[in-house]
Design a protein. Sequence first.
Length: 275
Amino acid sequence: MPVHPPHAPGRAALALDAAFRARGPLLGAYLPAGYPDRATSLDLLHQLALASDVVEVGWPYTDPMMDGPVIQEAGAQALAAGFTVRHLMETVRSLAPITHVLVMGYYQPLYRYGLRRAAEELAAAGAAGVILPDLNIDEAAPWLAEARRVGLHTVFVVAPTASDERLRRIAAAAGGMLYAPATSGVTGTTGSLSASLPSFVHRLRTLTSLPVGAGIGVSRPEQAARLRQFADAAIVGSAFIRAVRDNPGRAGIAAAAQLAGELRQALRLPAVAAA
């Protein structure tokens, strides 16, 4: 049995679907809202929006289980600088007219804020959907009901260890895309992509028609070029944070935007040797 009734995606969700159909692999650029501070955050995200295809706005949280030290520290910095959910909504509202926006966060702060309230406010702000890496499909029905009522996609992170039956169930509940881990472990890994990633993406394609994005450990143009061969999106986060962290002031914004341009160009060019 499905875990939710049929739904009609909202305008922003439909626009994201159309972008996947119309273009080559997309670049998803992730940054926590409010990082490195509220004054800089919007400018930084706007520059990334211009240099990428999808902006994934992070909802900072004190216990981000999927994230490594780089994103953990960035989220903590945003929280210390006064991040509020109101700021998150303002950020989405500011970005939605110029790019496709997904909000990436964890279920606990979403639940505490109120599932219906969060869904309604995110949809009104123009988000296409939400990525919830810790949302278990067995416990997802309350959120899915609210998200689908307002036309938001829900993107699940899928594990290669899951059975085909479970992956089919997740895909039936998901919208927008599926998120495949490009490496094992937490975000911020700087080594090679998983050797089994192409076969996992191929397996997902036998189970669903949803696009498949790959993230966690993607940071370099040569990796993006590799993903171009089999994935529908490359999702990058920690590399942008490092660019901002290592280049003070506006130089950090420029460095992050330059990296996004290089990554997106690599997704559009013929593939190079595997990273």
